[in-house]
Design a protein around this ligand. Sequence first.
Ligand SMILES: NC(=O)NCCC[C@H](N)C(=O)O
Length: 310
Amino acid sequence: MPADNRPSSLNPSPAPAPSLARQRSAGTSDDYSRLHDVLLASPRHLAIVPCNKVSEDALEKGQSSCGVRASEQHRRLSDALAAAGVRVRTVRPVGGLADLAFTRDTSLMTPWGLIGLRPGAVHRRAEVDAVLDTVRAAGLPVLGRITEGRIEGGDICLLRPGHLVIGLSGLRTDLAGATALARWFELRGWTVTTTPVDPDLLHLDTHFCMAGPDHALACVEKLQPDFVAMIESLGIELLAVTPEEVLALGCNILALGDRRIISTGSAPRVDDLLRQRGYAVEAVSLDEFTQCGGGVHCLTMPLHRGSGAH
Ligand SMILES: NC(=O)NCCC[C@H](N)C(=O)O
């Protein structure tokens, strides 16, 4: 994996290990195939932590969390997933873990098992133990844990089977953390591309999110030109999101597969753009979470995506 954003060469390795997604009921190889199983976490201790630009602005404006509304919105998200045929597993609340609900950042389900990540936000590190305990108790495979540097799931995109992207802000994800994660993939024959992320935007998934194999939402002016060119060279159409929509978490979507999307309900224009491309979009209002800096992509960690229709 090179330190810039050029695609790296493949690490010479034996034949790739067979993917769990093909053999069992766990594993993900991309961000858009049909979602079968997902991990959420209780928002019982949710609070606005001043650890990103959006949450700092919210606190400055005097906003605060309402536990009842947060639970209600989270329940609607869980219901929408269940109604779409997705099995929902939930990490129990842990006192003091205000951002636990944003399961995306704690871990990554790979084609070979779950990897516990190492959040750059130190107040989030203990979330990884809570998630690993839940995943192990469910009997799902755990591949390992990152023990060096910083890496959060919001900066990770399973672009295509065989091609991983990691955003580098230096704050939430740094080169040491990205290199440690890349090693697991490169040893199994994957290409890993890194791309710089503006720390003010928190994570890659606030301004670049896959909708399906041929479409991604993207705030092009916030992405590096060579990253944009690489994405377009793969035949992925970029649907433009504005910087204002990025701050509202309008780019932060969850692909369910089969051209179905759950959106964060904060950017109707973006939802319409997806509908014009043939996606069925269900908008779930999540403003208790967006004021903390995260939307539906951040609140969900896919445990199993299947092949078949996208
Ligand atoms: N993937 C994401 O963008 N996650 C949002 C995390 C919000 C949380 N308050 C944080 O700053 O870590």
